[in-house]
Design a protein around this ligand. Structure first.
Ligand SMILES: Cc1ncc(COP(=O)(O)O)c(C=O)c1O
Length: 490
């Protein structure tokens, strides 16, 4: 079999997947140049580009190749056909969903992680990496206000962290699966929560979605009433999930009151701060998130408002021992080939006993490297940008007189709707979707809508560290122009 890289026949034979130093250097240089070009050139790019399935297959499908291809050609194809055809969630004008404003240092961290292929499952395999992970977890635990005995783990993202939190809650409070057990969460809770509960075998009657108030915060009276009714009906309430920044509007549930209620009722309090909890590193965020540190567990996603590339989510638990009790590999599990690992080093942290995965990558590295490189002050400033640009958007929209603010700037999110003089609600709702499509076709920025109390609203989440008020203004001008044109057609 010939090798993809040109091989000097006078040099010794090489192993099947081996590259020479020069080849590694050339390939690395080419990849590095691509990533630098992405970081430097992103602002000039559209925020979203999509191919049809047919076009993508025509460009990219090949059968499993028997023969080699020079990797330089493959990287060139990736640069042409793959990376440009994406939502650029790390673009400073990507305001939809939860953007993922990454940073170059963390991308280097990910390269180092996979380049060294550290197995971060247990101490023996990764004492250095485990200590880095513990260090970063310690930073986040302290920032969230959790006590010294807290612990955590980095996982793929918020969905995994939320699911894992319920496992710890269930094992701690119930000991085993109980068909009468009930989890409570608001109608604004991210869909990953009910999905995770379904995965864990919680039936519909065990997933209690509670109404929110006018501010989209979980209603305490509705929650108390639901708990009372369930207990009267023989159900077993055991866990409340609160939001620390809903995806829809950035609303924060009444955390101190919920912590009081959970303490009174003996319920586990999980706080889903996948989106918003990182803002605790900023004084304004810390004020909005008062009560966060009273949680039994917290989800916080560094791949959202902590500027990390996918994938990195985090689960923090008030008492690390409870995670270890929940995820410990038991004798009955017959992990016989891990016996040497667990026998001698019980005093050490083995991350495979804090979560679901055994084999896991060194996700903590990118966050550690970027926090150490830039320092916390830079991250605080980066979070501030999200607050400022969202505030600016709200003020601009209010001053325009043409838009109605549905929810004000909170934790970096604003939602709004066309006032639509002369248009009824149905026409305004239809126009909202058309305005999104017009902006998508325009390509300057990405803004999407969400449903609030059954009606569409436009939603901005400008949390990129390099978002600017001037680009926000140009985006809002475009939205206004598209809305005017579309309403003239309605
Ligand atoms: C509040 C909240 N929770 C959970 C999730 C799920 O996180 P992930 O997509 O990282 O699995 C999200 C994602 O946007 C979120 O905003």
């Amino acid at each position: 079999m010939s090798h993809a890289m040109s091989h000097d026949p006078s040099s010794p034979p090489r192993a099947p997947l081996q590259l020479s130093r020069a080849e590694m250097q050339a390939l690395g240089d080419q990849a590095l140049a691509m990533v630098i070009a992405h970081h430097e050139g992103i602002r000039a790019q559209p925020t979203t580009t999509t191919m049809s399935r047919a076009e993508a297959a025509a460009r990219l499908y090949t059968p499993l190749p028997e023969a080699p291809t020079p990797p330089a050609e493959l990287l060139a194809q990736l640069a042409r056909d793959v990376f440009p055809n994406a939502f650029r969630a790390d673009h400073p004008r990507f305001y939809a969903f939860v953007p993922s404003p990454s940073n170059f240092v963390s991308a280097v961290g990910d390269f180092l992680t996979s380049g060294h292929n550290v197995f971060s499952g247990h101490w023996l395999a990764s004492s250095g990496a485990s200590q880095i992970e513990l260090t970063v977890l310690d930073w986040l635990q302290r920032a969230c206000g959790l006590p010294p005995e807290a612990g955590g783990i980095f996982v793929s993202g918020g969905s995994m962290a939320n699911l894992s939190a319920v496992v710890v809650a269930r094992e701690t409070r119930l000991g085993s699966h109980d068909p009468q057990a009930v989890v409570y969460y608001s109608d604004q809770t991210h869909s990953s929560m009910s999905k995770g509960l379904r995965v864990l075998g919680f039936g519909k009657a065990q997933r209690r979605m509670v109404a929110t108030d006018a501010q989209f915060q979980l209603s305490l009276t509705a929650l108390e009433e639901a708990i009372r009714t369930d207990r009267a009906n023989g159900m077993r309430p055991f866990c409340v999930v609160a939001n620390a920044g809903t995806t829809n509007t950035g609303a924060v549930d009444p955390l101190p009151a919920l912590a009081d209620l959970c303490a009174r009722e003996g319920l586990w309090l999980h706080i889903d701060g996948a989106y918003g909890a990182a803002a605790v590193l900023h004084p304004r965020g810390a004020a909005a998130l008062e009560g966060l540190g009273r949680a039994d567990s917290i989800t916080l996603d560094p791949h959202k408002w902590l500027f990390q590339p996918f994938e990195i989510g985090c689960l923090l638990v008030r008492d690390a021992q409870l995670m270890q009790d929940a995820f410990r590999v038991e004798d009955e599990d017959h992990a016989d080939y891990l016996a040497d690992i667990t026998r001698h080093i019980q005093q050490d942290v083995n991350f495979f006993e804090r979560g679901i995965q055994l084999t896991r990558s060194f996700k903590a590295l990118k966050l550690w490297l970027s926090l150490r490189t830039f320092g916390l002050a830079a991250f605080r400033d980066a979070i501030q940008v999200g607050f400022d640009v969202a505030d600016f958007a709200q003020q601009w929209l209010e001053a325009s007189g043409r838009w109605e603010i549905v929810t004000p700037s909170q934790l970096g999110i604003v939602t709004f709707r066309w006032r639509g003089a002369g248009l009824d609600d149905a026409a305004v709702d239809a126009l909202t979707g058309r305005v999104v499509d017009r902006l998508r076709a325009d390509g300057y920025a990405t803004v999407m809508s969400t449903l609030l109390r059954g009606r569409p609203a436009l939603r901005l989440c400008p949390i990129h560290w390099d978002a600017t008020t001037s680009e926000m203004e140009r985006t809002l001008e475009r939205l206004t122009q598209f809305a005017l044109e579309e309403s003239a057609r309605a």
